[in-house]
Write a protein that binds this ligand. Structure first.
Ligand code: PLP
Length: 394
């Protein structure tokens, strides 16, 4: 017996593979530093936890309506309106995390043979779900010389008669890149000209260090062709609660809900009430997190840049550094994959090889700096010492 061939086209998220290897080292008694998984170290804000507990006590333990409870759909629409995106509850579909919405969005808008423009480097799930839906991912490059901002001309050059979807992820995993308002406007015009859907993954939308929040869906006419994918994991430290959503044109909501009914039924009811508290309660935990992340970003970029053979762009958002370690790889003859594997095995520091995010990730690493500040200092020290030992051996 074998599994259906449609599963063969699925890719994976390498962070989970490395996490597993790191956990095995821990089980063997080693102290591993985790810079592989994108997870804030701050606890979920207490008022959000309380709202979840209260919802459980009040018996919010039954099925919810498939689209999400009205209070949460309203709160999401209002939060977006405050950020310039015109949306009503009828445009919102709630899912257990942003990732299920990425999956649903791909199935909802990609026809077999459609080309889907995906960032390279980029979150590997985009290309994976595009293929799963029968589409063909076409990578557009993100260049460190442009601080990994999308290059509108490079994207335009890849549009063909088969192009149907443009995937944007701003701020961007794994580089922390963002787009200028001008470039966003040019991307909107491009999507309009070629009648493209935009899947705009905004899970790091609130984690920008310049205080801006830019969604392409806020630009004139764009909400009619954009599916915003967002969630509570990152900004509200709610990775394990599993809560996310999509915001889409009203004509897509009904088929999307049917898709949700077919695979998810609904999102945990009490968790949705915790989400209402996250959006309608005080936002200072988010602001504090962004300030703390900014300080960690500076430590990590400075620490990495001071290692011989490493250059590291300063991320404008999210919580990942994407250093170019080409100088070390040249000296030692290692590839970034073997560098990352050996760094884990020999220095017990878990990071991801840049190629986990596409071909243009070669020569890079991805480090999450969302963990504890003390661990980051220790990790930088371990990396420096281990790279030094490589240089000595070479
Ligand atoms: N999109 C991007 C770019 C991510 O980095 C992640 C998680 O790492 C997700 C989506 C998924 O988030 P969630 O936990 O809400 O499913």
């Amino acid at each position: 017996m074998r599994s259906a061939t449609r599963l063969d086209v699925l890719g994976t998220e390498h962070a989970y593979v490395v996490l597993d290897a790191a956990k095995q080292l821990e089980a063997a008694g080693h102290q591993v530093l985790h810079l592989e998984i994108g997870e804030p170290d701050m606890p979920t804000p207490p008022h959000v936890v309380e709202a979840g507990i209260r919802a459980l006590r009040e018996g919010r333990t039954r099925y919810a309506v498939a689209a999400g409870v009205p209070e949460l759909r309203d709160a999401i629409a209002q939060a977006l309106a405050a950020r310039g995106v015109r949306a009503a509850a009828e445009n919102v579909v709630v899912t257990p995390g942003a990732k299920p919405m990425l999956f649903c969005a791909a199935l909802a808008v990609i026809e077999p043979g459609d080309e889907v423009l995906c960032p390279d480097p980029g979150f590997p799930i985009y290309a994976s779900v595009a293929r799963f839906a029968g589409g063909r991912p076409v990578y557009y490059p993100l260049d460190p010389k442009r601080a990994f901002a999308p290059d509108v001309d490079a994207i335009a050059a890849r549009v063909t008669a088969r192009t149907r979807v443009l995937v944007l992820n701003l701020p961007h995993n794994p580089t922390g890149g963002v787009a200028s308002p001008d470039d966003l406007a040019r991307l909107a015009a491009l999507a309009d000209r070629h009648d493209l859907w935009i899947i705009s993954d905004e899970v790091y939308g609130q984690l920008r260090y310049d205080g801006r929040y830019d969604s392409i869906a806020a630009l004139p006419g764009m909400s009619a062709r954009t599916i915003i994918v967002d969630g509570f994991s990152k900004a509200y430290s709610m990775t394990g609660w599993r809560l996310g959503y999509g915001v889409m044109p009203a004509r897509l909501t009904a088929p999307m809900i049917t898709l949700v009914i077919n695979n998810l039924s609904c999102t945990a009811t009490f968790v949705q009430y915790a989400g209402v508290a996250a959006l309608t309660g005080p936002q200072d935990p988010v602001h504090r997190m962004v300030a703390a992340l900014k300080a960690k970003r500076d430590v990590v970029v400075r620490g990495l840049s001071s290692i011989d053979g490493v250059t590291c762009a300063t991320p404008a958002g999210a919580f990942y550094a994407f250093p170019d370690i080409g100088g070390i790889l040249e000296r030692t003859g290692l590839a970034c994959e073997s560098f990352a594997d050996r760094l884990l095995d020999e220095a017990h520091t878990a990071v991801l090889a840049g190629t986990a995010f596409g071909p243009r990730g070669a020569g890079h690493l991805r480090l999450s700096y969302a963990g504890a500040a003390r661990d980051l200092e220790l990790a930088l020290e371990r990396i420096r010492t281990w790279v030094g030992s490589l240089a000595a051996a070479a």
